[in-house]
Design a protein around this ligand. Structure first.
Ligand SMILES: [Zn+2]
Length: 461
Protein backbone atom coordinates (compact mmCIF):
# COMPACT_ATOMS: atom_id res chain seq x y z
CA UNK A 1 0.00 0.00 0.00
CA UNK A 2 1.36 3.45 -0.87
CA UNK A 3 1.85 6.01 1.86
CA UNK A 4 -1.08 7.97 0.43
CA UNK A 5 -3.40 4.97 0.38
CA UNK A 6 -2.44 4.10 3.94
CA UNK A 7 -3.20 7.65 5.09
CA UNK A 8 -6.52 7.71 3.21
CA UNK A 9 -7.51 4.40 4.81
CA UNK A 10 -6.61 5.79 8.24
CA UNK A 11 -8.68 8.93 7.65
CA UNK A 12 -11.66 6.77 6.61
CA UNK A 13 -11.35 4.47 9.59
CA UNK A 14 -11.09 7.36 12.07
CA UNK A 15 -13.69 9.75 10.63
CA UNK A 16 -15.80 9.52 13.80
CA UNK A 17 -12.89 10.83 15.86
CA UNK A 18 -12.38 13.66 13.36
CA UNK A 19 -16.04 14.59 13.80
CA UNK A 20 -15.62 14.43 17.59
CA UNK A 21 -12.78 16.95 17.38
CA UNK A 22 -14.94 19.23 15.24
CA UNK A 23 -17.61 18.92 17.94
CA UNK A 24 -15.10 19.99 20.61
CA UNK A 25 -14.01 23.02 18.58
CA UNK A 26 -17.59 24.05 17.74
CA UNK A 27 -18.44 23.98 21.47
CA UNK A 28 -15.94 26.81 22.08
CA UNK A 29 -17.90 30.03 21.56
CA UNK A 30 -15.24 31.94 19.65
CA UNK A 31 -17.36 34.88 18.47
CA UNK A 32 -14.74 37.45 17.58
CA UNK A 33 -16.88 40.53 17.18
CA UNK A 34 -18.36 40.45 20.70
CA UNK A 35 -15.91 41.33 23.52
CA UNK A 36 -17.99 39.17 25.90
CA UNK A 37 -16.51 36.12 24.18
CA UNK A 38 -12.84 37.19 24.19
CA UNK A 39 -11.88 34.42 26.64
CA UNK A 40 -13.59 31.83 24.41
CA UNK A 41 -11.71 33.09 21.37
CA UNK A 42 -8.47 32.75 23.35
CA UNK A 43 -9.51 29.23 24.42
CA UNK A 44 -10.14 28.20 20.78
CA UNK A 45 -6.63 29.41 19.88
CA UNK A 46 -5.17 27.45 22.79
CA UNK A 47 -7.10 24.29 21.93
CA UNK A 48 -5.90 24.38 18.30
CA UNK A 49 -2.35 25.06 19.41
CA UNK A 50 -2.34 22.07 21.73
CA UNK A 51 -3.82 19.84 19.00
CA UNK A 52 -1.11 20.94 16.56
CA UNK A 53 1.60 20.53 19.20
CA UNK A 54 0.36 17.01 19.94
CA UNK A 55 0.83 16.25 16.23
CA UNK A 56 4.46 17.31 16.49
CA UNK A 57 4.10 20.86 15.19
CA UNK A 58 6.11 23.64 16.78
CA UNK A 59 2.91 25.49 17.69
CA UNK A 60 2.21 28.69 19.60
CA UNK A 61 -0.50 31.21 20.38
CA UNK A 62 0.68 34.62 19.19
CA UNK A 63 -0.94 37.59 20.90
CA UNK A 64 -1.97 40.65 18.90
CA UNK A 65 -3.69 43.85 20.00
CA UNK A 66 -6.91 41.97 19.17
CA UNK A 67 -7.50 38.21 19.19
CA UNK A 68 -4.48 35.93 18.93
CA UNK A 69 -3.09 34.13 15.90
CA UNK A 70 -2.05 30.48 15.95
CA UNK A 71 1.21 29.69 14.16
CA UNK A 72 2.58 26.17 13.83
CA UNK A 73 5.44 24.72 11.84
CA UNK A 74 6.49 21.23 10.81
CA UNK A 75 9.60 21.57 8.72
CA UNK A 76 11.09 18.09 9.10
CA UNK A 77 10.83 17.28 5.40
CA UNK A 78 12.71 18.56 2.39
CA UNK A 79 10.67 19.77 -0.53
CA UNK A 80 8.05 22.43 -1.07
CA UNK A 81 6.76 24.55 1.79
CA UNK A 82 3.04 25.26 2.12
CA UNK A 83 1.42 27.85 4.37
CA UNK A 84 -2.09 26.78 5.36
CA UNK A 85 -4.61 29.44 6.44
CA UNK A 86 -7.99 29.12 8.13
CA UNK A 87 -9.90 31.10 10.75
CA UNK A 88 -11.15 29.77 14.07
CA UNK A 89 -13.49 32.62 14.99
CA UNK A 90 -17.18 32.56 14.15
CA UNK A 91 -20.10 34.90 13.56
CA UNK A 92 -22.60 35.68 16.35
CA UNK A 93 -25.54 33.27 16.62
CA UNK A 94 -28.48 35.59 17.07
CA UNK A 95 -31.38 35.42 16.45
CA UNK A 96 -31.15 32.35 18.65
CA UNK A 97 -34.83 31.39 18.34
CA UNK A 98 -34.37 30.65 14.63
CA UNK A 99 -31.93 27.79 15.38
CA UNK A 100 -33.39 24.28 15.37
CA UNK A 101 -30.47 22.95 17.43
CA UNK A 102 -28.08 24.48 19.97
CA UNK A 103 -25.57 26.48 17.87
CA UNK A 104 -22.58 25.32 19.94
CA UNK A 105 -23.54 21.66 20.05
CA UNK A 106 -22.49 20.11 16.75
CA UNK A 107 -25.51 17.98 15.84
CA UNK A 108 -25.53 15.48 12.97
CA UNK A 109 -28.88 15.40 11.17
CA UNK A 110 -29.68 13.03 8.31
CA UNK A 111 -31.61 14.75 5.53
CA UNK A 112 -34.36 13.32 3.32
CA UNK A 113 -31.65 12.69 0.71
CA UNK A 114 -29.77 10.43 3.15
CA UNK A 115 -26.88 12.90 3.53
CA UNK A 116 -25.68 13.73 7.04
CA UNK A 117 -25.19 17.39 7.83
CA UNK A 118 -23.53 18.57 11.03
CA UNK A 119 -25.43 21.56 12.36
CA UNK A 120 -23.76 24.25 14.47
CA UNK A 121 -22.05 27.63 14.30
CA UNK A 122 -18.70 27.36 12.53
CA UNK A 123 -19.19 23.75 11.40
CA UNK A 124 -18.65 25.02 7.86
CA UNK A 125 -17.21 28.53 8.30
CA UNK A 126 -14.47 27.92 9.10
CA UNK A 127 -13.87 25.39 11.89
CA UNK A 128 -14.88 22.37 9.83
CA UNK A 129 -12.93 23.62 6.84
CA UNK A 130 -9.72 24.35 8.75
CA UNK A 131 -9.92 20.97 10.48
CA UNK A 132 -9.99 19.17 7.09
CA UNK A 133 -6.33 20.14 6.72
CA UNK A 134 -5.29 19.43 10.30
CA UNK A 135 -7.05 16.05 10.22
CA UNK A 136 -5.26 15.25 6.95
CA UNK A 137 -1.92 15.99 8.64
CA UNK A 138 -2.99 13.81 11.57
CA UNK A 139 -3.87 10.84 9.32
CA UNK A 140 -0.62 11.13 7.37
CA UNK A 141 1.49 11.30 10.52
CA UNK A 142 -0.39 8.44 12.21
CA UNK A 143 0.63 5.95 9.54
CA UNK A 144 3.67 7.44 7.81
CA UNK A 145 5.47 9.51 10.43
CA UNK A 146 6.79 12.86 9.21
CA UNK A 147 4.83 14.93 6.68
CA UNK A 148 6.29 14.68 3.16
CA UNK A 149 6.65 18.45 2.74
CA UNK A 150 7.21 21.53 4.90
CA UNK A 151 3.99 22.76 6.47
CA UNK A 152 3.25 25.99 8.29
CA UNK A 153 -0.22 26.52 9.72
CA UNK A 154 -1.54 30.04 10.29
CA UNK A 155 -4.95 30.43 11.95
CA UNK A 156 -6.69 33.75 12.47
CA UNK A 157 -9.26 34.66 15.14
CA UNK A 158 -10.58 37.93 13.69
CA UNK A 159 -11.72 37.02 10.17
CA UNK A 160 -15.38 37.56 11.01
CA UNK A 161 -14.68 40.97 12.53
CA UNK A 162 -12.67 42.68 9.81
CA UNK A 163 -9.19 41.21 10.47
CA UNK A 164 -7.80 44.34 12.18
CA UNK A 165 -4.59 42.58 13.30
CA UNK A 166 -3.91 40.63 10.13
CA UNK A 167 -1.82 43.11 8.15
CA UNK A 168 0.38 44.24 11.06
CA UNK A 169 0.89 40.63 12.09
CA UNK A 170 1.92 39.57 8.58
CA UNK A 171 4.26 42.58 8.35
CA UNK A 172 5.96 41.39 11.52
CA UNK A 173 6.06 37.75 10.42
CA UNK A 174 7.31 38.31 6.86
CA UNK A 175 10.42 36.20 7.29
CA UNK A 176 8.67 33.43 9.19
CA UNK A 177 5.56 33.00 7.03
CA UNK A 178 6.85 34.40 3.73
CA UNK A 179 9.39 31.57 3.53
CA UNK A 180 6.62 29.33 2.16
CA UNK A 181 6.28 28.64 -1.56
CA UNK A 182 2.50 28.81 -1.72
CA UNK A 183 -0.41 29.66 0.59
CA UNK A 184 -3.39 27.32 0.91
CA UNK A 185 -6.64 28.92 2.06
CA UNK A 186 -9.58 26.71 3.02
CA UNK A 187 -12.61 29.02 3.33
CA UNK A 188 -14.45 28.68 0.01
CA UNK A 189 -17.05 26.43 -1.60
CA UNK A 190 -17.07 23.30 -3.68
CA UNK A 191 -18.72 23.91 -7.06
CA UNK A 192 -21.30 21.38 -5.91
CA UNK A 193 -21.18 18.28 -3.70
CA UNK A 194 -19.66 16.21 -6.50
CA UNK A 195 -17.45 18.83 -8.15
CA UNK A 196 -14.36 20.26 -6.46
CA UNK A 197 -13.33 23.86 -7.04
CA UNK A 198 -10.29 26.09 -6.86
CA UNK A 199 -11.00 29.81 -6.76
CA UNK A 200 -8.51 31.46 -9.08
CA UNK A 201 -9.65 35.05 -8.95
CA UNK A 202 -11.27 37.38 -6.45
CA UNK A 203 -12.70 40.68 -7.52
CA UNK A 204 -11.48 43.97 -6.10
CA UNK A 205 -13.66 46.88 -5.03
CA UNK A 206 -13.92 50.66 -5.32
CA UNK A 207 -16.54 52.54 -3.29
CA UNK A 208 -17.58 56.13 -4.05
CA UNK A 209 -20.16 58.49 -2.65
CA UNK A 210 -21.15 61.55 -4.68
CA UNK A 211 -23.18 64.54 -3.65
CA UNK A 212 -24.60 66.97 -6.21
CA UNK A 213 -25.46 70.44 -4.97
CA UNK A 214 -27.37 73.07 -6.99
CA UNK A 215 -29.33 75.81 -5.18
CA UNK A 216 -28.13 77.24 -1.89
CA UNK A 217 -31.24 75.87 -0.14
CA UNK A 218 -34.38 73.84 -0.86
CA UNK A 219 -36.82 75.67 -3.16
CA UNK A 220 -40.58 75.70 -3.80
CA UNK A 221 -41.43 74.07 -7.13
CA UNK A 222 -44.33 76.49 -7.66
CA UNK A 223 -41.91 79.42 -7.59
CA UNK A 224 -38.69 77.92 -8.98
CA UNK A 225 -39.88 74.86 -11.00
CA UNK A 226 -38.19 74.66 -14.47
CA UNK A 227 -35.93 77.62 -13.76
CA UNK A 228 -33.94 76.04 -10.93
CA UNK A 229 -31.49 73.21 -11.64
CA UNK A 230 -32.69 70.06 -9.85
CA UNK A 231 -29.81 68.03 -8.35
CA UNK A 232 -31.85 64.81 -8.39
CA UNK A 233 -32.33 65.23 -12.13
CA UNK A 234 -28.60 65.95 -12.53
CA UNK A 235 -27.73 62.89 -10.45
CA UNK A 236 -30.21 60.71 -12.36
CA UNK A 237 -28.80 61.86 -15.72
CA UNK A 238 -25.27 61.10 -14.56
CA UNK A 239 -26.26 57.70 -13.20
CA UNK A 240 -28.09 56.91 -16.44
CA UNK A 241 -24.95 57.80 -18.37
CA UNK A 242 -22.88 55.18 -16.53
CA UNK A 243 -24.12 52.33 -18.76
CA UNK A 244 -24.28 52.04 -22.55
CA UNK A 245 -27.44 50.66 -24.20
CA UNK A 246 -25.68 47.26 -24.48
CA UNK A 247 -25.23 47.17 -20.70
CA UNK A 248 -21.49 47.82 -20.72
CA UNK A 249 -20.04 50.49 -18.41
CA UNK A 250 -19.66 53.78 -20.29
CA UNK A 251 -16.81 55.31 -18.27
CA UNK A 252 -13.89 56.07 -20.60
CA UNK A 253 -11.06 53.57 -20.16
CA UNK A 254 -13.07 51.36 -17.78
CA UNK A 255 -12.25 48.14 -19.62
CA UNK A 256 -8.63 49.07 -20.53
CA UNK A 257 -7.08 46.66 -18.01
CA UNK A 258 -9.74 43.96 -18.14
CA UNK A 259 -8.46 40.69 -19.56
CA UNK A 260 -10.68 38.19 -21.34
CA UNK A 261 -10.83 34.73 -19.73
CA UNK A 262 -8.05 32.49 -21.01
CA UNK A 263 -9.50 30.10 -23.61
CA UNK A 264 -9.01 26.96 -21.52
CA UNK A 265 -10.78 28.55 -18.53
CA UNK A 266 -13.63 29.83 -20.70
CA UNK A 267 -14.03 26.32 -22.11
CA UNK A 268 -14.01 24.85 -18.59
CA UNK A 269 -16.74 27.26 -17.47
CA UNK A 270 -18.83 26.17 -20.46
CA UNK A 271 -18.60 22.59 -19.22
CA UNK A 272 -19.52 23.37 -15.59
CA UNK A 273 -22.99 22.36 -14.48
CA UNK A 274 -24.63 25.77 -14.04
CA UNK A 275 -28.25 26.81 -14.42
CA UNK A 276 -28.49 30.52 -15.19
CA UNK A 277 -32.29 30.53 -14.95
CA UNK A 278 -32.26 28.79 -11.57
CA UNK A 279 -29.68 31.27 -10.27
CA UNK A 280 -31.85 34.22 -11.31
CA UNK A 281 -35.04 32.51 -10.14
CA UNK A 282 -33.49 32.21 -6.67
CA UNK A 283 -33.65 36.02 -6.53
CA UNK A 284 -37.11 36.26 -8.10
CA UNK A 285 -35.69 37.32 -11.49
CA UNK A 286 -36.05 35.97 -15.01
CA UNK A 287 -33.80 37.89 -17.41
CA UNK A 288 -30.10 38.66 -17.07
CA UNK A 289 -29.25 42.38 -17.07
CA UNK A 290 -25.78 43.80 -17.59
CA UNK A 291 -23.46 43.30 -20.53
CA UNK A 292 -25.23 41.67 -23.46
CA UNK A 293 -23.44 38.69 -24.92
CA UNK A 294 -21.89 37.72 -21.55
CA UNK A 295 -23.15 34.75 -19.56
CA UNK A 296 -24.37 35.25 -16.00
CA UNK A 297 -21.43 33.17 -14.77
CA UNK A 298 -18.99 35.45 -16.57
CA UNK A 299 -20.78 38.59 -15.42
CA UNK A 300 -20.78 37.58 -11.76
CA UNK A 301 -17.29 36.03 -11.65
CA UNK A 302 -14.96 37.57 -14.21
CA UNK A 303 -16.38 40.91 -15.35
CA UNK A 304 -16.17 44.28 -13.59
CA UNK A 305 -19.34 45.89 -12.30
CA UNK A 306 -20.77 49.35 -11.69
CA UNK A 307 -23.67 49.29 -9.26
CA UNK A 308 -25.73 52.04 -7.62
CA UNK A 309 -26.02 50.95 -3.99
CA UNK A 310 -28.04 53.82 -2.61
CA UNK A 311 -29.56 57.13 -3.61
CA UNK A 312 -31.03 59.95 -1.55
CA UNK A 313 -32.41 63.44 -2.14
CA UNK A 314 -35.46 65.61 -1.66
CA UNK A 315 -38.48 64.77 0.41
CA UNK A 316 -38.89 61.07 1.17
CA UNK A 317 -41.14 61.21 4.24
CA UNK A 318 -44.87 60.53 4.51
CA UNK A 319 -47.24 62.53 2.33
CA UNK A 320 -45.98 64.89 -0.31
CA UNK A 321 -43.88 68.04 -0.47
CA UNK A 322 -43.31 70.00 -3.71
CA UNK A 323 -39.68 70.73 -3.01
CA UNK A 324 -36.78 71.28 -5.37
CA UNK A 325 -34.00 70.00 -3.16
CA UNK A 326 -30.63 71.67 -2.87
CA UNK A 327 -28.71 68.39 -2.96
CA UNK A 328 -28.86 64.74 -3.92
CA UNK A 329 -26.39 61.94 -3.33
CA UNK A 330 -25.62 58.37 -4.32
CA UNK A 331 -23.34 55.54 -3.26
CA UNK A 332 -21.79 53.70 -6.17
CA UNK A 333 -19.44 50.74 -6.16
CA UNK A 334 -17.31 48.97 -8.72
CA UNK A 335 -16.10 45.37 -8.53
CA UNK A 336 -12.74 45.11 -10.26
CA UNK A 337 -11.09 42.27 -12.14
CA UNK A 338 -7.69 41.48 -13.69
CA UNK A 339 -5.30 44.42 -13.56
CA UNK A 340 -7.83 47.20 -13.01
CA UNK A 341 -6.24 49.84 -10.77
CA UNK A 342 -8.60 51.13 -8.04
CA UNK A 343 -7.06 54.62 -8.17
CA UNK A 344 -7.37 54.80 -11.96
CA UNK A 345 -11.01 53.64 -11.91
CA UNK A 346 -11.86 56.13 -9.17
CA UNK A 347 -10.27 58.96 -11.17
CA UNK A 348 -12.03 57.89 -14.39
CA UNK A 349 -15.38 57.79 -12.60
CA UNK A 350 -14.84 61.23 -11.08
CA UNK A 351 -13.92 62.67 -14.48
CA UNK A 352 -17.02 61.05 -16.01
CA UNK A 353 -19.18 62.79 -13.40
CA UNK A 354 -17.42 66.14 -13.47
CA UNK A 355 -17.53 66.31 -17.30
CA UNK A 356 -21.32 65.97 -17.20
CA UNK A 357 -22.10 68.67 -14.65
CA UNK A 358 -24.45 71.36 -16.01
CA UNK A 359 -24.22 75.01 -14.89
CA UNK A 360 -24.99 75.65 -11.19
CA UNK A 361 -24.31 72.03 -10.25
CA UNK A 362 -21.29 71.14 -8.15
CA UNK A 363 -20.15 67.76 -6.92
CA UNK A 364 -18.23 66.45 -3.93
CA UNK A 365 -16.78 62.94 -3.79
CA UNK A 366 -16.18 60.76 -0.79
CA UNK A 367 -13.98 57.70 -0.96
CA UNK A 368 -15.19 54.40 0.53
CA UNK A 369 -12.21 52.12 0.16
CA UNK A 370 -10.48 50.46 -2.73
CA UNK A 371 -8.70 47.17 -3.32
CA UNK A 372 -7.42 45.51 -6.49
CA UNK A 373 -8.52 42.11 -7.74
CA UNK A 374 -6.42 39.09 -6.83
CA UNK A 375 -5.76 36.33 -9.28
CA UNK A 376 -3.79 33.11 -9.22
CA UNK A 377 -2.07 32.15 -12.46
CA UNK A 378 -4.09 29.19 -13.75
CA UNK A 379 -1.05 27.58 -15.35
CA UNK A 380 1.07 27.48 -12.18
CA UNK A 381 2.55 24.14 -11.11
CA UNK A 382 0.98 24.15 -7.62
CA UNK A 383 -2.46 24.83 -9.01
CA UNK A 384 -2.17 22.15 -11.67
CA UNK A 385 -1.02 19.60 -9.10
CA UNK A 386 -3.81 20.49 -6.67
CA UNK A 387 -6.43 20.38 -9.45
CA UNK A 388 -5.25 16.90 -10.46
CA UNK A 389 -5.36 15.67 -6.86
CA UNK A 390 -8.90 17.03 -6.40
CA UNK A 391 -10.03 15.41 -9.66
CA UNK A 392 -8.69 12.08 -8.43
CA UNK A 393 -10.63 12.34 -5.18
CA UNK A 394 -13.94 13.46 -6.71
CA UNK A 395 -13.76 11.69 -10.06
CA UNK A 396 -14.70 15.07 -11.56
CA UNK A 397 -12.57 17.77 -13.10
CA UNK A 398 -11.94 20.63 -10.64
CA UNK A 399 -13.74 23.86 -11.46
CA UNK A 400 -11.23 26.71 -11.74
CA UNK A 401 -13.54 29.53 -10.94
CA UNK A 402 -13.58 33.22 -10.16
CA UNK A 403 -15.24 34.38 -6.98
CA UNK A 404 -17.58 37.33 -7.25
CA UNK A 405 -16.67 38.53 -3.78
CA UNK A 406 -13.31 39.05 -2.16
CA UNK A 407 -11.19 37.21 0.42
CA UNK A 408 -8.81 39.90 1.65
CA UNK A 409 -6.25 37.50 3.14
CA UNK A 410 -5.31 36.30 -0.35
CA UNK A 411 -4.44 39.87 -1.33
CA UNK A 412 -2.45 40.38 1.88
CA UNK A 413 -0.48 37.15 1.33
CA UNK A 414 0.43 38.46 -2.12
CA UNK A 415 1.30 42.04 -1.21
CA UNK A 416 2.93 41.43 2.20
CA UNK A 417 4.39 37.90 1.94
CA UNK A 418 4.78 37.75 -1.85
CA UNK A 419 2.85 34.46 -1.92
CA UNK A 420 0.30 33.22 -4.40
CA UNK A 421 -2.70 31.56 -2.80
CA UNK A 422 -4.59 28.41 -3.71
CA UNK A 423 -8.17 28.75 -2.51
CA UNK A 424 -9.39 25.20 -2.09
CA UNK A 425 -12.65 24.88 -0.16
CA UNK A 426 -15.07 22.15 0.78
CA UNK A 427 -18.16 24.12 1.82
CA UNK A 428 -21.45 24.15 -0.05
CA UNK A 429 -23.31 27.28 -1.02
CA UNK A 430 -26.32 26.21 1.07
CA UNK A 431 -24.33 25.72 4.30
CA UNK A 432 -26.06 28.85 5.70
CA UNK A 433 -22.81 30.31 6.94
CA UNK A 434 -23.34 33.47 9.07
CA UNK A 435 -27.01 32.46 9.45
CA UNK A 436 -29.06 30.39 11.90
CA UNK A 437 -28.80 26.61 11.32
CA UNK A 438 -25.32 26.70 9.81
CA UNK A 439 -24.41 23.17 8.77
CA UNK A 440 -21.61 21.21 7.21
CA UNK A 441 -22.00 18.29 4.90
CA UNK A 442 -20.36 15.24 6.51
CA UNK A 443 -19.43 13.81 3.13
CA UNK A 444 -17.74 17.08 2.17
CA UNK A 445 -15.83 17.15 5.48
CA UNK A 446 -14.61 13.61 4.82
CA UNK A 447 -13.75 14.40 1.20
CA UNK A 448 -11.96 17.55 2.35
CA UNK A 449 -9.67 15.52 4.61
CA UNK A 450 -9.04 13.01 1.81
CA UNK A 451 -8.44 15.78 -0.72
CA UNK A 452 -5.78 17.45 1.43
CA UNK A 453 -4.04 14.09 1.81
CA UNK A 454 -3.95 13.76 -1.98
CA UNK A 455 -2.79 17.37 -2.41
CA UNK A 456 -0.07 16.97 0.24
CA UNK A 457 1.17 13.75 -1.39
CA UNK A 458 1.05 15.23 -4.90
CA UNK A 459 2.85 18.47 -3.96
CA UNK A 460 5.59 16.45 -2.24
CA UNK A 461 6.36 14.41 -5.36
ZN1 LIG B 1 -14.93 32.12 6.64
Amino acid sequence: MSKLDAALAHADAHLDESVARLTTLVAIKSISTDPAYAADVQRAAEWLTSELAALGFDASVRPTTGHPMVVAHDHAAEGPHVLFYGHYDVQPVDPLHLWNTDPFTATPITGADGEVRIHGRGTSDDKGQLLTFIEACRAWKAVNGPLPLKVSVFLEGEEESGSPSLKPFLEGAKAELGAADIALVCDTDLWNRDTPAIVTSLRGLVGEEIEITCASHDLHSGMFGNAARNPIQVLADIIASLRNPDGSVAIAGFYDDVAELPEDIAALWQRLPYDEQAFLAGAGLTTPAGESGRSVLEQTRSRPTCEINGITGGYTGDGFKTVIPARASAKISFRLVSNMDPAKIRAAFRKHVTDRLPPDATVTFKEHGGSPAVSVPTDGPFLKTAARALAEEFGQEAALIGSGGSIPVAGDFKTILGLDTLLVGFALDDDRIHSPNEKYDLRSYHKGIRSWLRIIAALAE
